[in-house]
Design a protein around this ligand. Structure first.
Ligand SMILES: Cc1cc2nc3c(=O)[nH]c(=O)nc-3n(C[C@H](O)[C@H](O)[C@H](O)COP(=O)(O)OP(=O)(O)OC[C@H]3O[C@@H](n4cnc5c(N)ncnc54)[C@H](O)[C@@H]3O)c2cc1C
Length: 386
């Protein structure tokens, strides 16, 4: 009998792997263990739901029960794996010890909040990184019974997407970040400025180049004290200050980890025999891109490996499509600092080319009408993971 295969997680990485594996091996005993509800949903849609006024029930495409049925798998929900014993090949779940033959870590990434949230405002300060978070934030908006004043802290991909989505959904949005322009890791400043102008023209209040000094409760409001001495009043605060791969479980079990994720090779194998990792939790041969196409490629390769054909994963050059319809953005950030950014275009329709000293194209960023160049440019840059 094949030893039991256990996947920790029920996000897109774990479910993607389970589906790929089922296509190759319909019989193998398969268990998914997840700390959350186990309902299947597409995480990228979380930052598009408020403009469409989608209730959380519309984002869940399948219940955990229906998922278990479809996969022919056991899905254990609201169950946290507390420890892994790689020598004994067991997992610790509360008082229970569960044996595994092969283990896959698809534990994702958690919001990194770089400041303490005072208890007095905690109920009004949110992060949205899964469907349960969306349920809570959606309920908080509904409870107000009117358009909300939402202050978003962080102008990266997640902050900008929610800012665009909530604004279009009829809420008053302020965007606060220490950087001078939005999407600082994806866009050189002139393109970031174009996005900022599109946001401002649509009515968003930009408080960029500003640090947060304190969060205070004043009556029913949360007041954000900024480092220029001003205060910003809000009904709700959304913190979008980055995600950190969940590596604690792996590290405690003695597996090699980095801040960028659980260390795995091109075969998604960790430093411990019989344990693999993929998705936002995994740093694959030095790369953790934290978006969907890499985890899909990883799921495909790992399913083949687990079904008996060792298969290395490679990532093509997949540009990131940022869901800011107020100004479309596509970016493929260079893996190394470029010698220069060369910028073409006018108004909000800009194309930026990250080039080496010898004029090799190693990344790009596009805004407005220039996004149509995405496919052509993706063919010209180096792959994400060779
Ligand atoms: C708002 C938003 C918008 C995005 N938009 C895009 C986009 O447009 N395009 C794109 O390509 N990417 C996008 N991304 C990124 C993409 O969604 C993620 O890369 C992907 O969903 C990660 O999937 P995952 O399965 O690795 O992790 P997760 O979905 O985080 O799943 C982790 C799972 O592990 C479980 N878990 C963790 N620890 C334990 C434990 N100890 N015991 C049991 N279970 C545990 C959790 O409960 C969960 O089920 C977006 C992300 C966000 C937040």
């Amino acid at each position: 009998m094949t030893a039991p295969l256990i996947l920790i997680g029920s996000g897109m990485a774990a479910i993607g792997l389970a589906r790929q594996l089922r296509a190759l091996d319909p019989e193998r005993a398969l268990t998914l263990i997840t700390a959350d509800s186990g309902d299947e949903y597409a995480k990228p849609l979380l930052s598009t739901g408020f403009a469409k006024r989608l209730p959380p029930s519309r984002l869940a495409v399948r219940s955990a029960l229906a998922l278990a049925d479809q996969l022919g798998a056991v899905v254990r929900t609201h169950t946290r794996v507390e420890a892994i014993d790689p020598q004994a090949r067991t997992l610790q779940l509360g008082a229970e010890r569960l044996p595994y033959g092969t283990l896959v870590l698809a534990t994702g990434a958690a919001p990194a909040v770089p400041f303490a949230v005072p208890a007095a405002v905690a109920a009004r300060v949110h992060t949205i990184n899964d469907l349960d978070d969306y349920r809570r934030f959606h309920a908080a908006l509904e409870a107000l019974g009117r358009p909300a004043r939402v202050a978003i802290i962080g102008a990266g991909l997640v902050g900008c997407e929610f800012a665009n989505d909530l604004l279009v959904g009829g809420h008053a949005v302020s965007l606060v970040a220490p950087e001078r322009t939005p999407l600082p890791r994806l866009l050189p400043e002139p393109l970031g400025r174009a996005l900022g102008s599109a946001f401002a023209a649509a009515g968003m209040a930009l408080r960029l180049g500003r640090g947060l000094e304190a969060l205070e409760s004043v009556g029913a409001d949360v007041v954000l004290r900024l480092d220029d001495g001003t205060g910003l009043e809000a009904d709700l605060v959304l913190v979008a200050t980055g995600l950190r791969p969940r590596t604690e479980l792996a590290a405690a079990a003695g597996l090699a980890t980095l801040p960028a994720g659980i260390v795995v090779d091109h075969y998604l194998a960790t430093s411990s025999p019989g344990i693999f990792a993929l998705g936002d939790a995994a740093c694959v041969a030095g790369v953790n891109a934290m978006y969907v196409p890499p985890l899909q490629a990883s799921a495909k390769a790992l399913a083949r490996t687990l079904a008996g054909t060792p298969t290395a994963v490679h990532y093509a050059a997949w540009p990131v499509v940022v869901k800011t319809p107020l100004l479309p953005v596509v970016a493929y950030p260079p893996a190394e600092a470029p010698a220069r950014w060369r910028i073409e275009g006018e108004g909000a329709d800009l194309a930026a080319f990250a080039e080496t000293q010898d004029e090799r194209l190693i990344g790009f960023a596009l805004t407005g009408a220039s996004v149509r160049r995405k496919v052509e440019l993706a063919r010209a840059v180096p792959p994400l993971l060779g």
